[in-house]
Design a protein around this ligand. Structure first.
Ligand SMILES: [Fe+2]
Ligand SMILES: [Zn+2]
Length: 416
């Protein structure tokens, strides 16, 4: 990694601005020494107090990167300690010696070499060290989240998205990557000109990700299948909601393909839950805070099954505290049993404020799902609904699990 590239990497990780001492251009100079660790937190902890942090000085930085020997030892990437292919560790946490010290260390070509007091040797890439410390990783995750484009019923039409065509997505990997990009960026993607057959619908689905098995099967069909009494299988108005609030982990993505419709009505709509979250935060911060903390139980029953799960409407990433999931389905709410009767007034007040924003027409992206268009929707971000209809309508589709879809998105380099 050249100096300029390295500098831009540091900048990306937020470690450049007033953080590291400037050094001579063209050299990566790493000065390692042992500091006593003088912050209060270290004094509070026996292990930390005894340990000596390693100062790694980097170019164009005013402060060193301070690394704990036990962290470094635990993160040794040598083949004995780590499987680089699967990214799994080989070491035993109980054998990790918290008294380990660094005997010698040196640097060359952006690498940090360490000889440990037990004779073990480690080599680290300096950029890897930066991006995997709290400071670097935190920044990266926050940047991922801040890049998302939220929209309402008007702005969604100015996103300027070129149609994605079935014939191209069948053959080109770059189109697959674009599909992942759009889902992460906007919460949805449409694939056009798909013949309205089960075979072609499955072809699209399986080209993108593996289908998830749920109580509704892997590949489902509404309009002809009356095995399930879920409201989504009926023809009445469906208010905007996310699916599976009654699962311990709601399925991550929904895929729809309306393969047949000969009736009237049935306008579909999507609402960007992340946009609604922003609106609620602005309108009533206490409501946002409340709905981020108070759990709501959801349930669903059908013969032989009884699903139930608790969760908040807004769920945040535990590290970055960035909003990660909306869980909103007013029809699947179980009896409200977790709030004392004297406090339920507050609950209903905040819930209705949120529901009012969800139902605002200005927030709805309205469209007609017609044969030929496969739609993929982020079920952790967007709410979906549709008007009532008359006539025959066949909707085919599936779910993708969050883990599976995000794994692929990471593979394509869309998320960290
Ligand atoms: Fe639904
Ligand atoms: Zn090792």
């Amino acid at each position: 990694m050249g100096t300029l590239k390295f500098k831009s990497f540091l900048s990306k990780c937020g470690l450049l601005r007033n953080t590291f001492l400037p050094t001579r251009r063209g050299s990566i100079k790493i000065l390692c020494n042992y500091s006593s660790g003088n912050n209060l937190e270290l004094k509070e902890n026996e292990y930390n107090n005894r340990s000596k942090l390693l100062d790694v000085h980097l170019p164009n930085a005013s402060q060193p990167l301070k690394l704990h020997p036990i962290w470094l030892r635990d993160h040794c990437r040598c083949p004995e300690c780590y499987n680089d292919v699967t990214r799994q560790r080989n070491n035993d946490i109980l054998k990790l010696n918290e008294q380990i010290t660094i005997s010698t260390h040196s640097q060359s070509d952006g690498l940090l070499h360490i000889c440990w007091s037990d004779g073990h040797k480690s080599t680290f890439s300096i950029p890897w060290l930066i991006s995997h410390t709290y400071e670097g990783k935190y920044k990266e995750l926050q940047e991922d989240a801040s890049r998302l484009t939220t929209w309402d019923g008007t702005t969604v039409n100015s996103l300027g998205l070129e149609p994605i065509l079935y014939q191209r997505m069948k053959k080109e990997d770059k189109i697959l990557r674009e599909i992942y990009h759009r889902v992460i960026q906007y919460g949805f993607v449409k694939i056009e000109q798909v013949p309205p057959t089960e075979l072609d619908t499955k072809m699209v689905i399986e080209r993108i990700c593996r289908m998830s098995q749920t109580v509704f099967g892997r590949f489902w069909e509404t309009g002809t299948n009356f095995d399930h009494k879920d409201t989504g299988y009926l023809n009445g108005y469906l208010e905007a909601h996310t699916d599976n609030t009654y699962f311990t982990e709601a399925q991550g993505l929904l895929v729809f393909h309306c393969t047949h419709f000969n009736g009237t009505g049935c306008e579909s709509f999507l609402v960007d839950g992340f946009h609604v979250a922003k609106q609620l935060k602005q309108l009533d911060p206490s409501a946002y805070d409340y709905l981020s903390k108070v759990n709501i139980e959801a349930e669903y029953i059908e013969p032989g099954e009884h699903f139930s799960s608790w969760g908040t409407i807004f769920r945040h990433n535990p590290v970055t505290h960035v909003l990660e999931q909306i869980r909103f389905n007013m029809l699947d709410r179980a009896p409200l049993s977790n709030i004392p009767q004297l406090d339920v007034g507050t609950f209903y007040r905040h819930l209705k404020t949120m529901a009012m924003l969800v139902k605002k027409k200005e927030n709805e992206y309205q469209f007609h799902l017609s044969p030929g268009t496969v739609m993929i929707i982020d079920n952790w971000r967007l709410l979906h609904g549709r008007g009532s209809y008359r006539g025959e309508r066949v909707l085919k589709g599936c779910y993708y699990s969050r883990s599976d879809f995000m794994s692929k998105a990471r593979h394509y380099g869309i998320i960290s």
